[in-house]
Design a protein around this ligand. Structure first.
Ligand SMILES: Cc1cc2nc3c(=O)[nH]c(=O)nc-3n(C[C@H](O)[C@H](O)[C@H](O)COP(=O)(O)OP(=O)(O)OC[C@H]3O[C@@H](n4cnc5c(N)ncnc54)[C@H](O)[C@@H]3O)c2cc1C
Length: 387
């Protein structure tokens, strides 16, 4: 076994770490958070140093990296901002993975080089108002064939990143099989400006500068050429993307946990009580030692899942474990951070409250941790399906 990064992977991590220090210092992130605005130039700069292309094949302007490289980038970026990591992930996960694996040759040639150069950004419209966990039961959005086109009608919620994206992957029902609800789904790649699309911003507790929207699709006419993958077989395409999404979210949580951990350790060295730094108190030392151990454990399963997906193995179980453990670890880390910073942690002056707010969504999105446990119990433990 070899737990080491290759020289290229180490160089990539160093490149991203320097980029993050230079282009997205924590004070700048705090300003974007306060003003609710992500400077789009940041993503342009990420593209300039090759990050948008990191997982794409050379023929599309990429550098032939894989899921491990994606994980390295996300972890480093999320040390300062999980929100920027999510914005990046929308492109490399939803955009690159879906198109590379399921797009046809024309779609790959049209979209992937522009994704690599940072010219295009993507969003995913899957969840509906009726619920995200039972998405197959809740999905009401339909697409009806009409000549050379499909006409989409329905409402989606939490479609994220539309403030920067120009293209949306829309998942809709093209038929309904009561016996097998996973059949009959089709994925369409739709331009945000297509007539019939309207959206309204949802105010949120965290990730405030990557906006989420309710999107209404009313008689949205799209050509058949906008279908990604096979008609009626959209669930297969989405599942493959969703495994990658679990790893991408796990990596984001890891970075967030690491950032909060570093802040908490630093503070515990500087803050003095009873004539000594508070980090000298064993109560705090044990909390930090536990968190550091948990972060390392979550990191191991996350990179294992990434390596498995890169090597073409079924990574659904470790990807789900990675999402579950990294998000719960980061959640506990931000709670520990809030305890250690105490009063200052509660002020907007310090970054801990941002970490604390931002982690909340990653406990239930893109998949809830209850549903993750259901999956692990069923697939990993071989227990009967509980729902
Ligand atoms: C900020 C944000 C960004 C998002 N971005 C996107 C996006 O870009 N695109 C997109 O399509 N969606 C997005 N989502 C949606 C997200 O994926 C859903 O919120 C998530 O899937 C959970 O769905 P829900 O919120 O409807 O919860 P529900 O499905 O209503 O679940 C409510 C509760 O019931 C529990 N529950 C339900 N069924 C079971 C069961 N069988 N066993 C045990 N517990 C169960 C859940 O675990 C949860 O605790 C986003 C959400 C947020 C808040």
């Amino acid at each position: 076994m070899d737990f080491d990064f290759s020289n290229d992977q180490r160089a990539l991590r160093d490149l991203v770490r320097k980029f993050v220090e230079r282009e997205m210092p924590k004070d700048a992130v705090a300003k974007w958070d306060k003003e609710n605005e992500l400077p789009i130039e940041l993503l342009d700069k990420m593209a300039e140093i090759g990050l948008m292309a990191a997982t794409l094949p050379e023929e599309y302007g990429g550098t032939n990296g894989g899921v491990v490289e994606e994980t390295i980038i996300l972890e480093e970026v999320a040390r300062h901002s999980s929100t920027v990591a999510l914005a990046y992930g929308l492109d490399v996960c939803f955009g690159a993975v879906t198109l590379e694996r399921f797009g046809n040759d024309e779609q790959k040639a049209e979209f992937l080089p522009k994704l690599a150069s940072g010219e295009l950004h993507f969003a995913l419209s899957l969840t509906e108002p009726g619920g995200g966990t039972d998405i197959l039961g809740a999905m009401k959005t339909v697409a009806k064939e009409d000549g050379d086109d499909y006409v989409i009608n329905g409402t989606k919620v939490y479609t994220t990143g539309l403030n920067i994206a120009s293209w949306i992957f829309v998942v809709a029902r093209t038929s309904r099989d009561a016996e097998k609800p996973s059949r009959g789904l089709t994925v369409f790649l739709v331009h945000k400006d297509t007539p019939g699309i309207s959206f309204s911003k949802i105010e949120k507790l965290g990730s405030r500068f990557l906006h989420s929207y309710e999107v209404v699709y009313q008689d949205v006419r799209v050509p058949k050429s906008s279908i990604v993958g096979e008609v009626e077989r959209g669930w297969g395409a989405i599942l493959d993307t969703l495994n990658n999404e679990r790893i991408f979210v796990a990596a984001t949580c890891l970075g967030l946990a690491q950032g909060a951990f570093e802040d908490a350790v630093q503070y515990s060295k500087e803050r003095v009580a009873f004539d000594r730094p508070i980090g000298q108190f064993q109560a705090l030392q044990h909390m930090l030692a536990d968190r550091m151990t948990e972060i390392e454990m979550a990191r191991l399963v996350t990179y294992k899942a990434a390596w498995m997906q890169d090597s073409g193995q079924d990574c659904s179980l470790p990807a789900t474990m990675a999402k579950l453990s990294a998000s719960e670890t980061a959640f506990r880390m931000t709670d520990t951070g809030m305890r250690i910073l105490a009063g200052y942690g509660f002020t907007m002056e310090y970054h801990m409250q941002r970490y604390y707010r931002d982690i909340r969504q990653l406990i239930f999105a893109p998949v809830t941790n209850e549903m993750s446990r259901n999956f692990i119990a069923q697939v990993g433990c071989g227990l009967p399906k509980s729902y």
